[in-house]
Design a protein around this ligand. Structure first.
Ligand SMILES: Cc1cc2nc3c(=O)[nH]c(=O)nc-3n(C[C@H](O)[C@H](O)[C@H](O)COP(=O)(O)OP(=O)(O)OC[C@H]3O[C@@H](n4cnc5c(N)ncnc54)[C@H](O)[C@@H]3O)c2cc1C
Length: 375
């Protein structure tokens, strides 16, 4: 069995971010383990987030300074995002930039299907990769440690479309379009992320309890693209995904020397599904702690108050008490855009959160709060 100082399991968003940072420290004995191509390796995906992370600027494939929200049965409004922006990173570009960063470092890449990680007093063992290590950071997707009170899913399918004529404004991200029919509990919306006048990622997303079949997503996308009034187009690619929206716990420390990082380590914001930026923050913080010689447990991705607020919102959505489409469209209409974006990114102050929560419909939120206490 080979021994290492640090083993990072999984070369996705979080694993690559951590490996790159450790490599740049000139650290010896870092091994990045990735599953061989197949059912366990992550498919290609597109990550969008608020604000450009300078560290990954070379991987950004599109950037928008304005966004639009289309209310259900209402008007479309456009908002300036300054001083933030909305950026798109495709996983293949991220991997390309990460590979270039790792090329000049001591980080060793290993292809192996990790089957388990076992903590020990002086080191941990990574089964399947035949490695022992002082520290292990595991980013393999996982289930929560215990069931939550609410377990909604953010599930979606997107088409990369190419139209026969100019059809998109590449300066505006169509972020939430609530015109699609709304489910009885939860919310449904369309998404249009144009990368040129004729190309865009068009998505159909639901926050609800169960996923659809691919033909059902395709039917929803056909309805949505006809609602958009697109000219003739080809679908040149597709991506589909499911992100858990739950108040269930995702522990970051599994033992003295074993930690979880990224989505597996609670980096997914329960109420929005955004994960990418929080995973970056966790990776930077772990790298800094190792550099400083401190305990490298990844920090909580979000303050407890955000998780409490999210749990309430999710429960109100799940029970059908809250009109999700109305609430989300109103959020942008009633608040300064910067406040909403910081709120969605988990970077808002308690004062901003109070303002946001105060604008939520009082009856549904009170009923949810009381039913939560009684439950
Ligand atoms: C289609 C899709 C789109 C998304 N879009 C966004 C977005 O726009 N913005 C956002 O903030 N979040 C988004 N998310 C959520 C989240 O950002 C991503 O899931 C992100 O990839 C999580 O990063 P991660 O490193 O924690 O996990 P992953 O990126 O999933 O990385 C886990 C890694 O572990 C590897 N692995 C798995 N099993 C094994 C094993 N047994 N042995 C070795 N390696 C293994 C996988 O191959 C993978 O490389 C999206 C999720 C999906 C599915």
């Amino acid at each position: 069995m080979d021994s290492a100082e640090v083993v990072v399991v999984g070369a996705g968003a979080a694993g690559l971010a951590l490996a790159c940072r450790l490599g740049e420290q000139g650290r010896q004995g870092v091994v990045l383990v990735e599953a061989p191509p197949g059912p366990h390796s992550a498919p290609e995906r597109t990550w969008c987030s608020w604000g450009t992370d300078p560290y990954w600027a070379d991987a950004v494939s599109a950037r928008w300074e304005r966004m639009s929200v289309h209310a259900h049965g209402g008007a479309r409004r456009t908002y300036d995002l300054a001083p933030l922006d909305y950026t798109m990173i495709r996983s293949r570009d991220y991997e390309r930039v990460a590979a270039a960063r790792l090329a000049g470092t001591e980080v060793r890449r290993v292809e192996a299907l990790v089957t388990g990680v076992e903590d020990g007093p002086s080191g941990a063992v990574v089964h399947g990769a035949d490695l022992s290590a002082r520290w292990v950071f595991d980013t393999r997707p996982t289930r929560p440690a215990a069931p939550g009170r609410v377990a909604l899913l953010q599930h979606f399918r997107g088409w990369f479309v190419r139209t026969s004529q100019d059809a998109f404004d590449p300066g505006v991200a169509g972020l939430m379009d609530f015109r699609p029919p709304q489910p009885p509990c939860g919310v449904a919306f369309g998404y249009v992320l144009p990368t040129s006048r004729r190309e865009a990622l068009v998505e159909y997303t639901e926050f609800s309890r169960s996923v659809l079949t691919t033909p059902q997503y395709d039917a929803a996308l056909r309805d949505y693209t006809s609602q958009l009034g697109l000219p003739a187009f080809d679908v040149v690619g597709a991506e589909q995904g499911v992100i858990p929206m739950t108040d269930a716990p995702f522990p970051r420390r599994l033992g003295r020397r074993v930690f979880r990082l990224g989505a597996a380590g609670g980096a997914t914001r329960p109420s929005t599904g955004y994960t990418f930026r929080a995973a970056q923050r966790q990776a930077s913080s772990v790298a800094q702690a190792l550099w400083d010689g401190r305990d490298p447990c990844p920090p909580a991705a979000y303050p407890r108050r955000h998780l409490t607020m999210d749990a309430l919102l999710l429960r109100a959505l799940d029970s059908g008490e809250l009109d999700g489409a109305g609430f989300l469209a109103d959020l942008f209409a009633r608040h300064p855009t910067e406040r909403v974006l910081r709120f969605l990114d988990g970077q808002s102050t308690p004062r901003e959160e109070l303002a946001v929560m105060a604008s939520a419909p009082r009856g549904p939120m009170m009923r949810t709060l009381l039913s939560r206490r009684r439950a």
